[in-house]
Design a protein around this ligand. Sequence first.
Ligand SMILES: [Zn+2]
Length: 169
Amino acid sequence: MMRRRSFLQVPFLAPLVASVQAQELSGPPIAGLTPKDLRDTFYERRGSGRHEAMDLIAPRGTPVFAVVSGAIRKLFHSKPGGLTIYLFDEQERFCYYYAHLDGYRADLREGARVKTGELIAYVGSTGNADPLAPHLHLAIFELGPEKQWWKGTPLNPFRPVLRAVNRQF
Ligand SMILES: [Zn+2]
């Protein structure tokens, strides 16, 4: 029994560890987070599919930060996401997607370079979020070779966010 379980784990553990290290955040996504605020909601069912993101509950207007240094690749208004930001890291390996924003920083433009911790937006409930429960929906995608901002492999943000928050204490 033990032997069978450990044999099965070997091929799956190695790639998981590698991707967790690579998607590391350089800073937390919103102001005022503590570890107890964080919940892993990546695998929760939402409608017909998996959530594949993390929800960070916070008051409307809470500052939203760049989690890595890189470029604002796209500012986009979608029906489910509301006001959204697609941030690419400098190597363009990952896209960090922020949704339900109340607003962008006034001078924020597509193509702008940003540094970790820079204010980029404010928490809200635009799109399909409950107006009574403002939150940041944060997703991380590993980009494909075409570096398309709307397309990538979703990665669970929970542990990278937890580590970024823990580094502040
Ligand atoms: Zn969400």
